[in-house]
Design a protein around this ligand. Structure first.
Ligand code: ATP
Ligand code: MG
Length: 569
């Protein structure tokens, strides 16, 4: 492609409303152009990258037996009513009415379309397992479209759906897809962390997220560099470091009058102890009634998700009014010396087991207790891990310090079970002639988000650094100056490389060297070849890789070989 002929050009400055690196660089370099918040045009350069990403995904999905199809983006509301997702996903659904009082939605996902389709063809165990996928545009009315391609309202997704006779067969396939997903990210030049995700309180849903570290991401994840493990912040496990109070004697408990604020910091200051010595009680209202006090070390926080998963009910922090009604004294609540008349149960985090001589509230206004000890002064029947892990905790497997990183989710896979097959009567007859619901899995990768993520994680202050696998072109060939000899040799090289199947962007513009070289850095094509009077004097072309600092001279006759060597890697 001759640069002068290409539709879409680099801009001198990035757009002023770009809120992320990917929006900035991709727009400035002429890959995408925003139409409205979360809605982008893909220009030829952007489309080439997207197509390459999709090709990698297609190869890997075909590799695990996926068959590509295309489902409709426009879907009648009735199928959404069948699963109840017209209500549960109402806030992000784009709805549209059509003639004859019909209502449609623009598909935010395709379980409702694929399940009735598959039910038309699957009747017997002999028709299973089956895996189908598509690469489609999805529509979601995201309340906050942001970060360029990372959170769009119209975006690309590969979604695959698998159908099985049993949970065991789904488990087997799920593992295969998980490995294929890792290959996709690897081939796109990304390091993706695999996270077992929380299914929430009542769900037996099992899912994994694939996340890539980037400052523009919206998720916080906890990783261990040594074990290479990654966990969702909300349910991460880690070892809490114990304070060294083992050698202390248990001192006599004392009640003291105190004027203090409610925060742990103020409490610790008022008593001149560390926050680890504060016995903190966080009170929650449990769905369906009842108060639950979580007793945890003062310097630690409660993970609401871990707590919900443990009690298997929805919870919310108790309000000041609720505490008052129950007879609890806000700011001074503890499991010590609590009146039998108050209807509250307590659950303990393991962190309180190894601290002696705690300071805590005396369940009376402006009164605290000092030298409180578990077992002697209060008991807790139920202990579990309820702590929210953060940087500084140790990995519970290898002991290395855990790290908190910001990441973006680039893929999500779920074991759906029979939820959708039951909604759409997707059944099969087993070997004994018994009719059973089909067991399903679903597997998504955001293709446009993946493109944005590659830019987020692979750029420098000059521009994008594409991995060869998805780069819009293999080689960026530039002429500098406009002397006839080097222009002619560049034309020949362009033709020769193209004839060998090398994808070349040929910048033959009569522009200043600075402009052309800056554009090459901005566009980020992996191999830059400069052909000029000076390069010929130096023995051929000036050869430079985008991710390396140094350039070298390569003999004109060797260029094709050198390029092929890199392409074969
Ligand atoms: P998120 O938690 O980021 O909102 P999600 O869990 O709703 O995503 P899924 O329904 O699991 O997303 O969709 C599968 C994949 O599609 C995601 O892993 C992500 O890569 C991509 N994706 C989801 N929402 C968007 C969006 N608004 N813009 C771009 N890509 C998206
Ligand atoms: Mg998700």
């Amino acid at each position: 492609m001759r640069y002068s002929d290409m539709f879409g050009k680099t801009r001198h400055d990035p757009p002023c409303d770009a809120d992320s690196v990917n929006a900035k660089l991709l727009t400035q370099a002429g890959f995408i152009e925003k139409l409205a918040a979360g809605i982008y045009n893909f220009l030829p350069l952007g489309k080439r990258v997207l197509r390459k990403i999709e090709t990698i995904i297609r190869e890997e999905m075909d590799g695990v037996g996926g068959q590509e199809l295309l489902l409709p983006a426009l879907q009648p509301i009735d199928i959404w009513k069948k699963t109840g997702r017209d209500v549960t996903m109402d806030d992000i659904l784009y709805r549209t009415s059509a003639s004859g009082n019909k209502e449609f939605v623009f598909g935010p996902s395709h379980e409702e379309a694929v399940t009735p389709l598959v039910s038309k063809y699957v009747q017997s165990y002999k028709d299973l397992p089956l895996s189908v996928y598509q690469v489609q545009t999805k529509f979601r009315d995201e309340p906050r479209a942001k970060s360029g391609l990372l959170r769009g309202r119209e975006f690309g997704m590969k979604d695959m759906y698998s159908f099985h006779t049993s949970d065991e067969d789904l488990d087997r396939y799920y593992e295969e897809v998980m490995a294929a997903y890792s290959r996709v990210y690897d081939r796109c030049g990304l390091v993706a962390h695999v996270i077992e995700a929380s299914g929430g309180a009542f769900s037996d849903k099992f899912s994994h997220e694939f996340s890539v570290e980037t400052a523009a991401g919206e998720d916080t994840i906890i990783i261990c560099d040594k074990c290479k493990s990654a966990q969702n912040l909300e349910i991460a496990e880690g070892s809490v470091q114990d304070p060294s109070t083992d050698a202390e004697d248990e001192l006599p408990m004392e009640e003291v009058d105190i004027e203090r604020d409610f925060s742990v910091a103020a409490n610790a200051k008022a008593h001149d102890v560390s926050e680890q010595k504060i016995l903190k009680t966080v009170v929650y209202e449990v769905d369906g009634g009842g108060l639950l006090g979580v007793v945890i070390r003062g310097d630690l926080s409660v993970s609401d998700v871990k707590l919900e998963n443990y009690v298997k009910k929805m919870i919310r922090p108790a309000t000041t009014e609720t505490l008052k009604e129950a007879g609890l004294v806000q700011g001074y609540i503890s499991p010590v010396k609590i009146s039998d008349k108050i209807d509250i149960s307590f659950i303990g985090d393991h962190s309180i087991k190894n601290v002696k001589n705690f300071v805590t509230g005396a369940n009376a206004n402006a009164k605290d207790l000092k030298n409180v000890n578990l077992g002697r002064d209060f008991t807790i029947d139920d202990f579990t891990d309820l702590v929210e892990v953060s940087s500084g905790f140790d990995c519970s497997k290898c002991g290395k310090a855990l790290k908190e990183i910001t990441a973006v989710e680039v893929g999500n896979i779920f074991k759906l079970g029979t939820k959708y097959s039951e909604a759409f009567d997707l059944n099969f007859t087993d070997q004994d002639g018994v009719s059973k619901p089909v067991v399903m899995g679903c597997y998504g990768i955001g293709t446009s988000r993946l493109l944005g993520t590659i830019v987020e994680s692979r750029h420098d202050d000059k521009g994008i650094i594409w991995p060869m696998s998805v780069s819009p072109y293999h080689v960026h060939l530039l002429t500098l100056g406009n002397d006839d000899d080097s222009s002619k040799k560049a034309e020949d090289l362009y033709k020769d490389l193209s004839a060998e199947g090398v994808e070349v962007l040929f910048d033959e513009r009569d522009e200043r060297a600075g402009v052309k070289l800056n554009d090459a850095d901005l566009l980020g094509i992996p191999i830059r070849i400069v052909l000029s009077k000076r390069s010929l004097e130096n023995g051929g072309v000036e050869w430079k890789l985008r991710d390396e600092d140094d350039s070298k001279s390569v003999d004109l006759g060797q260029v094709i070989d050198e390029v092929q060597k890199i392409l074969k890697k």
